[in-house]
Design a protein around this ligand. Structure first.
Ligand SMILES: [Zn+2]
Length: 304
């Protein structure tokens, strides 16, 4: 029997639009997470806070909630000298999201970048494809153990790292993989590229070739660029596409960071994002449950 997570892909293929999650960083900082502290550790020390954020997004309309495990690879957790807690913190993250998700909801295991450069780009000893795969495999195993329905490989900067993460998930368990990359808007060329120069079309093709089931963009800038990126991806594939952009650009005042777009301003762009061919929509940095509530309203209002 196929795992329940595959229902996500089937529903998208049959034309349904699903509402993804909102940002966690913003919410955790608001709850007191200090700059430089490890967010994944809160799955243990502040489980109630993490569970509360999941619930708030579920209540707002998220049909797929993400685990608080973005930086949960051993390579990343080693920065905080807690690499030996990799399995525990990821499995616990999955359980917290699972507990908050309603019976019809889905849980996506968040897998973010390691913050370590691939061999080809690093000045010192970079990370090999095998090392990437090993670290992502360990995380994916723990997330699967905790009960995720699918994986969200996200905010990836390097193609090697993204494809290694996708391959790792696929080797661990037969669950769908959603994979998204971080694009920068190059103002002088009026185009969107990954840090290493790949176009949205290149990215869609390479992530799908690596085995991803749903591909797209997250983080980066606001929905205005997400619309353009998704349109370009849609030209080269009929696979399900996902976008969860930031609430516009960050605005720094003193030591507080806010984001340009409030819930209304952000949601206003989502009809065009759906028209561009996007099948899963959510929001990233700077968003909160109110953003998701209005985005979910846009999605609902377009259901025929
Ligand atoms: Zn973001």
């Amino acid at each position: 029997m196929k795992a329940r997570g595959w229902e996500v892909v089937e529903r998208l293929r049959s034309g349904e639009t699903l509402v993804f999650d909102g940002g966690y960083g913003t919410m955790l900082f608001a709850a007191g997470l200090l700059n430089g502290a490890c967010p994944e550790l809160w799955n243990d020390t502040h489980a109630d806070v993490v569970r509360g954020i999941h619930r708030a997004y579920v209540d707002a309309g998220s049909q797929i909630v993400e685990t608080n495990t973005f930086g949960g690879t051993r390579l990343k957790l080693d920065e905080y000298r807690i690499g030996d807690r990799t399995r525990e913190l990821n499995a616990q993250g999955a359980r917290l999201a699972r507990a908050a998700a309603p019976s019809g909801g889905f849980v996506a295991g968040s897998i973010g970048p390691t913050s370590r450069l691939p061999q080809d780009y690093a000045l010192d000893a970079g990370v090999t494809d095998e090392e990437y795969e090993t670290t992502f495999r360990e995380q994916a195993e723990a997330l699967a153990e905790g009960g995720v329905d699918l994986f969200a490989v996200e905010t990836m900067m390097f193609p090697q790292e993204a494809t290694a993460a996708i391959r790792a998930c696929k080797k661990v368990v037969d669950l769908p993989v959603m994979a998204t990359m971080f694009f920068q808007y190059e103002e002088i060329h009026d185009r969107d590229r990954t840090m290493w120069g790949e176009s949205p079309a290149d990215v869609a093709k390479s992530l799908l070739a690596a085995g991803a089931d749903i591909v797209g963009m997250n983080c980066g800038r606001g929905p205005d660029r997400a619309i353009v990126i998704i349109r370009e991806m849609r030209r080269v594939t009929d696979a399900p596409l996902v976008a969860y952009p930031n609430a516009g650009l960050p605005v720094t005042t003193g030591d507080t960071v806010t984001y340009e777009l409030g819930p209304e301003a952000m949601a206003r762009e989502y009809p065009a994002l759906l028209d561009a061919g996007c099948n899963v929509v959510g929001a990233c940095c700077g968003s909160n449950p109110e953003h998701i509530r209005l985005i979910a309203e846009v999605v609902r209002s377009r259901k025929k």
